[in-house]
Ligand binder design. Structure first.
Ligand SMILES: NC(=O)c1ccc[n+]([C@@H]2O[C@H](COP(=O)([O-])OP(=O)(O)OC[C@H]3O[C@@H](n4cnc5c(N)ncnc54)[C@H](OP(=O)(O)O)[C@@H]3O)[C@@H](O)[C@H]2O)c1
Length: 336
């Protein structure tokens, strides 16, 4: 850290969908960046990224890139995080990782600051993980209900945007829409996405559950410190550019009616309740914003389960903003 209190920050994956938004969010939130080091693959050699009025050259990933760096955001591939995050941490940087590599490691905190920010203290390896883009929005909607009445079970069905699969996913949807939905053939998604709904995100496992469904289930349990929470997940991809949606069917441990749920949600930091004549939570309505919107709150006609609908910008609160909030919380806790 410099004497002025500013921090040297490296962003691995600075040319990607999340990395690009991360640079904007650092700027917007006035994170005290001393030196900004954008890193990417050899493909990006010679390119530049804009940051704070400068046009910075993108560097290659090599050990000396982390010299004198206080915090490294990893927003690239899981393999890169596996290989390079320990290297960056060994050189004294705090690593904030956006990939799935470290999330379920017992000695790596998996953090959504509004929900479990206190876990940051457990970052004994110098690595903190930020959850999957779908998980962030889901736990932001579940935590107020958990605090109000406990959670007995959750059924989560997601409707995920193309950009959740990175720049290549966003490009594939745009190209298919431009071509009238018939071409080019899918490369990123399991079926054509334009004018369609694809009931598979990422890869199918032997049990029939997809890797995305498994991540949503396991990460939700870890963040909510509820290892035995009954949670069932179905993840789908929809032809939306930005913004993941989830329909949540929640059974609470203690009685909680729709009004009580609305009250709990409305009072939770980072959640915006939109459950009246003002409108409906939609991906378009939340794209470019950091809030998690929740609406359509209602009790099942019989029983005590609640339905709600949740949307959030997968590139911002689902990824970049959450990562920057982790860095802010680490700084406030004296870890940076
Ligand atoms: N998209 C989302 O909504 C979202 C949300 C939460 C978490 N995540 C996670 O965030 C990470 C980044 O996702 P993304 O959507 O931004 O992906 P992306 O658009 O495909 O960007 C990937 C980035 O990684 C860089 N990269 C790839 N191979 C590299 C290598 N060998 N060496 C150095 N840099 C390399 C790319 O650089 P080049 O440009 O040089 O290829 C690019 O900057 C992933 O782990 C993803 O799972 C994504």
């Amino acid at each position: 850290m410099s004497r002025s209190g500013s921090l040297n920050v490296a962003v691995v994956g600075a040319t990607g969908a999340v990395g690009g938004v991360l640079l904007r969010v650092l700027e917007e939130r006035g994170f005290p960046v001393g030196r900004l080091i954008p890193l990417a693959s050899a493909r990006s050699a010679g390119t530049r990224v804009a940051f704070a009025g400068d046009c910075l050259p993108v560097g290659a990933l090599e050990p000396r890139a982390f010299e004198g760096v206080d915090v490294v955001f990893f927003a690239a591939t899981g393999e890169l995080s596996r290989e390079w995050a320990p290297e960056a941490a060994a050189r004294g940087a705090l690593v904030i990782d956006k990939s799935g590599t470290w999330r379920m490691q017992a000695d790596v905190p998996l953090v959504v600051p509004e929900v479990n920010g206190a876990c940051l203290r457990g970052a004994s390896r110098g690595i903190v993980a930020s959850p999957n883009c779908t998980t962030v929005g889901v736990v932001m909607a579940l935590e107020p209900l958990r605090r109000a009445a406990g959670l007995a079970s959750v059924v989560a069905t997601t409707f995920q945007a193309a950009s959740g699969a990175g720049q290549a996913g966003a490009d594939e949807l745009r190209e298919q829409l431009a071509a009238g939905g018939v071409a080019p053939a899918p490369r990123v998604f399991a079926a054509p996405l334009a004018h369609n709904v694809v009931p598979l995100c990422e890869t199918l496992g032997a049990s029939g559950e997809s890797s995305e469904e498994r991540k949503l289930r396991e990460e939700t349990r870890k963040i909510l410190s509820a290892p035995r929470l009954a949670i069932s997940t179905l993840c789908t991809r929809v032809p939306v550019a930005v913004g993941h949606s989830a329909g949540l069917l929640v059974e609470t441990e203690r009685p909680l009616d729709a009004d009580g749920a609305r009250q709990a949600l409305a009072g939770f930091p980072g959640v915006e309740l939109l459950d009246d004549a003002r409108g409906l939570p939609t991906p378009l309505g939340v794209a470019g914003r950091d809030v998690v919107q929740v609406g359509r709150v209602r009790c099942e006609p019989e029983g005590r389960r609640l339905w709600l609908w949740q949307v959030s910008d997968n590139l911002r609160k689902g990824a970049a903003t959450n990562a920057v909030q982790i860095a802010e919380a680490a700084r406030a806790a004296g870890m940076l």
